[in-house]
Design a protein around this ligand. Structure first.
Ligand code: GLN
Length: 533
């Protein structure tokens, strides 16, 4: 087993997750089996309880683990299907250490960061990737963070245990461009590497995020001051067209060669063509369309990360540049006439969400899509909104709602799932992870998937109320996907509409650049058909 550790320096948001994912992609292109994991130094057990405006989207794994959005990058860039073994937070470590202490497992010893906490961290690294050739572990945060220290210390110990064989440290850093001086600056990188070396970690490879290309002189300087060979100073320019260019850029910089050489990995040559094809499609699309994303987190793109990515993937699939226009759900509520807001929109997408804010605006968006025959795709809350809108304006249940919004509504077309009623704890208690869904033949969903059974990931507490199934169906809403074990409605679609679908799950978590999710692809295809008409 080989271990690659990815740390970050100077600032956060350097795109370490993308870098880790892209390196994973390159190693897979060389025929290696990779396993990626992310360690987050914060004290929350997982990001499931965090506000998306703080932390971005909560990405859900097949096994129901709620994780950091970087795991989404890992799954999109590689073929790995991740589980709770691939994610760790300080909160989980301390929870486990304290439980062991209460159980008396430490046999009277004083429980300390070294060795008890660091052992816990190393245990997770050793336990990862039984079937992999290479484990790539990304450490969240930035060198110098107090919370991150036990993680870095654990990496140092692990390298020592393995006598520095089969271990590689990659440090991702920023080379800022100072406008006033008119030049790039390497000092912050030197200092962040010095910080790492203080802990006892000498990086093997330095990946330099930069706005403009770094010169040979600059590479020499970084090499000298940071004590790495000059060929191991890798440039990572800001991406202009797409994040899926990154594997190509890093391959051009010979990152995969250097990694394989340093780790003594004999591999086939790098089969990069599939990634070139993706980028080619993104760069030279034949069509163009605009999707309106009706949202409540307006300035935080990361809050809907996987949705944006899934849209981009379906663009690749349909040879189409898909622009996304964010529509403020709360602003919609204030307007007497919403038509203006949708004037440049070819399709409407409602992502998942929680709570009351912006819900009435979202209902207006669904109404607009239904009445104007504009393709509509509702994800989780977006499906529930479509059901509420249909109940209000087609079935004339003026007060129809979800009990999440109005607990005592007279027409609870969406209600809390029965097994959720007595749940009081917040973390990890929703209906989470992958569940089977059976599709009904001759529906749009069935045609898009091209199969009868699919598995999709969930994250919700409320569901379609079966008491209303019959009347919905009688008035033209098709129930096209159900969970037969639990008798739950999973997909609804309008009979008399070019493409109007709501899904109780999150298809965006299973979409990949090289294999767009069938429903997203079908949504964009429907938009293009409408446009042509
Ligand atoms: N708030 C809704 C529920 O809990 C929808 C959740 C979501 O969109 N992920 O059921």
């Amino acid at each position: 087993m080989r271990y690659i550790f990815i740390t970050g320096g100077v600032v956060s948001s350097l795109g370490k997750g993308l870098t880790a994912g892209s390196l994973g992609a390159l190693l897979e292109c060389r025929g290696l089996r990779v396993c990626l994991q992310k360690f987050d130094p914060y004290l929350n057990i997982d990001p499931g309880t965090m506000n998306p405006s703080q932390h971005g989207e909560v990405y859900v794994l097949q096994d129901g683990t709620e994780t950091d959005l970087d795991l989404g990058h890992y799954e999109r860039f590689t073929s790995s299907v991740l589980s709770k073994k691939n994610t760790l937070t300080s909160g989980q470590i301390y929870e486990s250490v304290l439980q062991k202490e209460r159980n008396g497992d430490y046999l009277g010893k004083t429980v300390q960061v070294i060795p008890h906490v660091t052992n816990e961290i190393k245990g997770r690294i050793y336990a990862a990737g039984e079937d992999a050739d290479v484990v790539i572990t990304e450490i969240g945060g930035t060198t110098g963070d107090i919370e991150g220290l036990p993680f870095l210390e654990a990496l140092r110990q692990l390298a020592l245990e393995l006598e520095h064989e089969n271990v590689l440290f990659v440090h991702v850093t920023l080379i800022p461009f100072l406008k006033a001086a008119g030049e790039l600056k390497t000092k912050p990188t030197q200092q962040s590497v010095a910080k790492l070396r203080e802990i006892g970690i000498q990086p093997d490879i330095i990946i330099c995020r930069t706005e403009i290309p770094i010169s040979d002189d600059m590479r020499q300087k970084i090499s000298l001051f940071c004590n790495v060979p000059v060929k191991s100073v890798i440039e990572e320019l800001d991406l202009k067209v797409s994040i899926y260019e990154l594997p190509l850029f890093l391959h051009f910089e010979k990152l995969d060669d250097i990694v394989c050489q340093k780790l003594g990995l004999q591999t086939s040559t790098c089969e990069i063509l599939p990634w070139e094809n993706v980028v080619e499609k993104i760069k030279f699309p034949k069509n163009e369309c605009t999707v309106g994303l009706v949202a409540k987190y307006l300035d935080v793109k990361d809050a809907y990360k996987s949705v944006y990515e899934a849209i981009a993937h379906s663009g690749v699939e349909n040879d189409c540049k898909v622009n996304v226009e964010v529509i403020d759900a709360e602003e919609l509520e204030q307007l007497s006439d919403v038509d203006e807001m949708f004037s440049s929109i070819d399709g409407i997408l409602l992502p998942g969400g929680f709570g009351n804010r912006g819900v009435e605006g979202k209902i207006l968006a669904a109404k607009f899509a239904r009445e104007h025959r504009i393709p509509y795709f509702g994800l989780c809350l977006g499906m529930q909104i479509a059901a509420i809108e249909f109940a209000r304006h087609v079935l004339a249940y003026a007060d129809a709602n979800s009990t999440e919004m109005v607990p005592e509504t007279a027409h609870p077309v969406i209600r809390m799932m029965l097994d959720q009623v007595n749940v009081t704890k917040k973390g990890g208690t929703m209906r989470l992870g992958s569940y089977p869904c059976k599709l009904v033949p001759h529906t749009k969903a069935y045609e898009a998937y091209g199969s009868t059974y699919v598995n999709e990931r969930h994250r919700h507490r409320y569901e379609f109320n079966n008491d209303y199934r019959e009347i919905f169906e009688r008035h033209g809403m098709i129930i096209s996907g159900i969970n037969s074990d639990l008798n739950l409605v999973e997909i609804i679609e309008l009979q008399d509409h070019p493409w109007f679908m709501g899904v109780q799950f999150h298809p965006e978590f299973q979409s990949k650049p090289r294999q767009a999710h069938p429903l997203f692809a079908s949504f964009i295809a429907a938009i293009l058909r409408q446009k042509r008409r």
